[in-house]
Every structure is written in C-alpha cells, then in structure tokens.
Write a protein that binds this ligand. Structure first.
Ligand SMILES: Nc1ncnc2c1ncn2[C@@H]1O[C@H](COP(=O)(O)OP(=O)(O)O)[C@@H](O)[C@H]1O
Ligand SMILES: C[C@@](O)(CCOP(=O)(O)OP(=O)(O)O)CC(=O)O
Length: 446
C-alpha cells in the first residue's frame, strides 16, 4: 500500500441502458441486453495536504457541480475485525447524507484494510479527497446555472433538486468510486482495473456496495455495465450477498473479502462483452420524456403476475428471450436491414407482458411516440428501455447529423402537439466500461 498515497487517481465509469430484457434479467434463466453510455461519472482522488506533524483522519467527497454537495467523513478501525467504520462529520449547520458514497467508503476501505492485513501499512489508511464530476446528460438541464455548459455543467440547486434522466448515476458512481479507492490505496500489482482480475474484484465489490446502499438486490446489470460496458448479462445468484454483517460489526472485513474474492462458481454472473455491439454507422440514442406520469411498484406487480400465472408467463418470457436474442444477433452481425423487424418483434411481446401484468411497460402514449419516431427516415426503431414506463425511450438510428436533426424536429413537433416535452439527449451507446482518465479533462474543477 505504501508509496501510492500521494498519487492522483482519475477514473470514469459509464451509465447504462437496458435495451431488452427488463424484468427477465432479474431471473438467472434469462439475460439482458445492456449498453454502456457515453455519459460517465468521473472520480478524481488525491491526497490531502497537511502541515508537518499534523495527522488527519478525514475523507472529503465533493460534487462541485451542485450546491451544498460536500460530504466529510471520519473513520476508524472497528474492533473485532469490523473493518473501517465511516462516520459523517458535520459541515456548517447543514448535514445531508449521501448513502451511496458513505456505504461505498465503508465497504471499499474495509476490503482494502483486510487485504493489507499482513503489510506494515495495515490500519493506516490516509486521508483522501475525492471529487465527483458527472456528464451533463445525467440530469435534466432545467436547473443548469449556465445554459451552454462545457463538459461538466454547473447547477444552481443541490443534488436532490436536480431531475435525473435515469442513466444509472448511482451504479456508475459506486463503480467509479470503488475503482478510484482501490487504485489509490493499492499497488498496481494488487489492483489494475485494466486487467480481467481487476475488473472481477471491482465488479464484485461494487455490486456488494451498491446493493447495500440501495437496500435491495436488483439484477445488477447497471453495475455490470459500469465495469464492463456493453454486454449481455446474466445476473449473479442473489444468495451470494446474503448474510454479510453490517459494516463495523464483528468479522465484517473478513466476510466481505471472502465474498468479493470468492471462487467463480459462487459468482455465477455471466458478462459477455462480445454479446452485444452497436455496429458501425448505427447509433443508440436516448430520449427523455417529461410527462409527469409516475410508475411505482412495477417490478413487484410484474413478479406477482409471474407467480400467479406461472405457465403463461413462462411461455411469454421464453418467447421474448428468443426475440431478445435475435435482436442481439442482428446488432452483432450488423444486419441493419433486419433491425426494424427484430425490434418490432420484441416490442410486440413486451406489450403482451404489459397487458397480462397490467403494468405500463410500453404504455399507449409510448407506443404512439415510438411509432412516430420509427417512421422518421434513418430510424430503425426504438424501445421503452429498462423497466419501461412513461419517461424514456432508446432509439436505434443512423449515426449521422441529418438523421439526428430529423428526429429532433419530429420530437419538437410531437412536444407541441401533445404538450409533453420529449428531448433527444446527447448521450450515445458506447462499448467501453470503466477506465483510467488523464487529469487534463477536469481542468478548472479540481
Ligand atoms: N453527481 C453526484 N454526486 C454525488 N452523488 C451522486 C451523484 N449522482 C448520483 N449520486 C448518488 O446517487 C443517488 C441517485 O441514485 P438513484 O436514485 O438510484 O438514481 P439512478 O437511477 O440515477 O441510479 C443520489 O442520491 C446520490 O447518492
Ligand atoms: C426491471 C429491471 O429488470 C430493470 C430496471 O431497469 P431501469 O433502467 O428502468 O432501472 P433504474 O433506472 O435502475 O431504476 C430491474 C433490474 O434489472 O434490477
């Protein structure tokens, strides 16, 4: 560990879109088609300067794009192998929690502490400052301080006041923060995110921290996208994470390390990065639909339909899985002519699932909008991604300016007619997962 703590580490991890396989991917029998996005969460970690003889035990995390977005933590080694216990410190008169940051710090520092037990540096985690910078498409532009920002916009609100566009900020944040901390405190021989082993450690640890912070075990496709980028994803068995004690309680460090470093058969996740790709000439683009409709408890409702009608739902899911697989194959083989039919086949079965489960996965308003945009020259089609609902679309279209302009003008027309604002985001589908960055892209922010 020693010798690395004065280094500055910069890491970024991409957001995600689940193009096909919503709900199915919760079940290990099925897989999801996951695309990484060009919108990234960046973390820069560097040492905190202290005057000679002064010892600090502080971790400072900041999100300088937002107001009141600084979180300070003290930390100590918990007794009986409880790992590193992190406690938020008061800054000024306000204290706002950030459970994703706090949980990730306690998980990752406990893991690092355990992995360095035998080294002289054990128990000597030094202070660090971590700066978070998120690409603009993660949040709606309405609260921007400058309407024409550079790479990273400044907002005139706290983080809680920014409207998210649903690109998976928490998974990208947890993954980038985990990678930054591992890279900062461990030697390159112990952790290198460019290697398969490094990615495996990062994936397992980030899944554990993200699940704990979320308070539930989802399919984890968002963390997989943040680590590996675009892929086909078969989830890990949720039992892997069961029974982990809480950070600070006896044995936490050792149990966490055993889970994270656990043998591959236990970690039965399957990530195929050659399973899905966006062929040359094609772009995946996202639309943000601002409609005010809320969709709560969709996962619960779909799963209860599944248990109430096991036979029919199984047939439907098996059928849908085959259509999802064909869509992946069509993209992989670059057969653009076959794309519209492959997309429509998926949508048809998703609407069947919508109808049977009475959940608005592809609600009527989205069917209309998708059909309208799919009719624009250069658009191959689109889906309601992830869990579905009213607030987003993913489009597959020709990767050129003219198509983009035609789509934008069709969406503007739609917004005027229907009174719901639909906006094409700048973000595009991208293959690459987590990566190290050069510091110059952050100039002015550090
Ligand atoms: N730029 C950021 N800086 C600090 N924390 C962030 C940032 N973006 C997201 N987060 C964390 O992620 C949480 C949002 O996660 P969540 O509600 O799951 O949204 P998403 O669907 O985008 O993952 C925030 O409450 C915060 O804890
Ligand atoms: C239903 C799901 O299979 C997909 C949900 O995908 P979304 O992309 O809609 O999810 P969030 O943005 O994280 O809320 C649940 C899961 O896989 O965990």
């Amino acid at each position: 560990m020693a010798g690395h703590q004065n280094r500055t580490v910069a890491v970024s991890a991409p957001g995600k879109v689940l193009l096909a396989g919503g709900y199915l991917v919760l079940d290990r029998q099925h897989t999801g088609l996951v695309l990484g996005l060009s919108a990234r969460i960046n973390i820069v970690g560097s040492g905190i300067e202290t005057s000679e003889g002064v010892q600090l035990n502080e971790i400072v995390v900041e999100s300088p794009q937002f107001l009141e977005a600084q979180w300070r933590y003290g930390y100590h080694l918990a007794p009986h192998g409880g790992g590193i216990k992190v406690t938020q410190l008061q800054v000024g008169d306000k204290i706002s929690a950030n459970s994703f940051v706090e949980t990730t710090l306690s998980y990752v520092l406990s893991y690092i502490d355990h992995m360095t037990t035998k080294s002289a540096a054990h128990g000597k985690i030094s202070s660090v400052r971590l700066v978070i910078l998120a690409d603009n498409d993660y949040y709606s532009p309405s609260a921007r301080a400058d309407p024409r920002p550079g790479r990273f916009a400044k907002f005139s609100v706290p983080l809680s006041g920014a409207n998210k566009t649903g690109l998976g900020s928490s998974a990208a944040l947890v993954t980038a923060l985990t990678a930054a901390l591992l890279g900062y405190y461990l030697s390159r021989e112990s952790f290198d995110m460019a290697t398969a082993d490094g990615k495996r450690t990062l994936h397992n640890l980030a899944q554990a921290a993200h699940c704990a912070a979320q308070g539930k075990v989802g399919s984890g496709f968002d963390v997989a996208a943040a680590v590996y980028g675009s892929c086909t994803y078969r989830r890990f068995s949720p039992e892997i994470l069961q029974g982990l004690p809480a950070p600070g309680s006896p044995g936490f460090g050792e149990r966490l390390a055993a889970v994270v470093n656990g043998p591959t058969p236990a970690w039965d996740v399957e990530v195929r990065t050659d399973g899905l790709r966006v062929p040359k000439g094609l772009a995946l683009r996202m639309c943000d639909v601002d409609c005010g409709s809320q969709t709560v408890g969709m996962v619960k409702k779909v799963l209860s339909w599944r248990s109430e009608d096991p036979q029919r739902s199984k047939e439907l899911w098996d059928h849908l899985q085959r259509k999802n697989d064909s869509l992946a194959a069509t993209l992989r083989d670059g057969k653009l002519d076959a794309l519209p039919t492959a997309i429509l086949a998926v949508r048809e079965l998703v609407r069947d699932m919508s109808k049977s489960s009475k959940v608005p996965i592809e609600p009527e308003s989205q069917t209309e909008l998708l059909d309208a945009v799919s009719a624009v020259e250069g658009v191959y089609g689109g889906v309601v991604p992830g869990a579905g609902g009213f607030d987003a679309l993913a489009l597959l279209m020709r990767d050129d300016e003219e198509t983009k302009r035609r789509v934008e003008s069709r969406l503007a027309e739609w917004s005027r007619e229907k009174g719901s604002v639909v906006r094409l985001l700048e973000v595009v589908g991208e293959m690459e997962g987590v990566r190290e960055e050069q510091l110059d892209i952050y100039s002015g922010w550090l």
